[in-house]
Design a protein around this ligand. Structure first.
Ligand code: SF4
Length: 243
């Protein structure tokens, strides 16, 4: 019984789906079978695509240097980064769910939230194979008008999302493992360079090129007060400590 409760706690969404299926099988068995067939179709499609995507994310993790991602897709990449994200999304292939692991890997390597939104949105609605199909079925005028309006909206969405969602709001890959290595973190792409943290806890923070960096991951109990004060006083709220 304890194991079942643990499973339900860990897999709330899956449990809800199973529950819906059970109810559907009792009340409308025909619809439940049709739904099950559709679900299997999509699971099969995912199983065919996901290994390639996971391989791609592994290659990005292993081969693409963090600095290259930060430079070309990070928060300081400016308009060039937005165009690069747009092109990446435009020349992508495959369903949108395949984009999520790729985007997560890029985010963990330093891509900014606005560029992730641009890449995801472009992948979803203005990628080249989609435009070609649209051209064939709905004509060039429709395709061009929609492309222009959608592209403008994508850039606006990227900007607004980056104001509403901060890096600390996104889950890290295997946070426990990462935090064991780096309990103290700064999302430095959002650092405004005020220097408050390095003034309060100079043993742990240092300013480099107008950005704060963590210089010591050995957290001593006696220093916790200063670190917590730096976290509290940081105007951008981008310092995290995992104890
Ligand atoms: S207090 Fe925050 S914003 Fe200021 S330098 Fe430190 S990390 Fe950057």
């Amino acid at each position: 019984m304890k194991k079942i409760t643990q499973f339900i706690k860990k897999n709330k969404f899956l449990t809800l789906i199973l529950l819906i299926y059970i109810i559907l099988f009792i009340l409308m068995p025909n619809k439940a079978i049709t739904s099950l067939k559709n679900s299997f179709y999509y699971v099969k499609e995912m199983l065919m695509i996901m290994p390639v995507i996971l391989l791609l994310t592994a290659l990005i993790t292993a081969w693409v240097p963090k600095k290259a991602i930060e430079k070309n897709l990070g928060s300081n990449s400016g308009f060039k980064g937005s165009i690069f994200s747009f092109l990446l999304g435009s020349f992508s292939a495959g369903p949108i769910y395949a984009a999520f692991p790729v985007c997560k890997t890029l985010f963990e390597k330093g891509a900014s939230i606005s560029n992730i939104v641009i890449l995801l949105s472009t992948w979803a609605v203005v990628k080249i194979p989609m435009l070609l199909t649209e051209f064939k079925f709905l004509g060039p005028k429709f395709m061009i008008a929609r492309w222009i309006l959608t592209t403008i909206s994508i850039f606006i969405m990227g900007y607004i999302t980056s104001k509403l969602v901060k890096p600390k709001d996104l889950p890290l890959n295997d946070p426990q493992e990462n935090y064991l290595v780096e309990p103290l973190r700064i999302s430095s792409e959002y650092c405004i360079g005020c220097g408050i943290c390095s003034e309060i806890a100079p043993k742990y923070f240092k300013m480099e090129n107008k950005k704060a960096t963590v210089i010591n991951q050995n957290i001593y109990q006696k220093d916790l007060k200063a670190i917590c004060k730096a976290i509290e006083k940081c105007p951008s709220q981008i310092i995290q400590l995992h104890k």
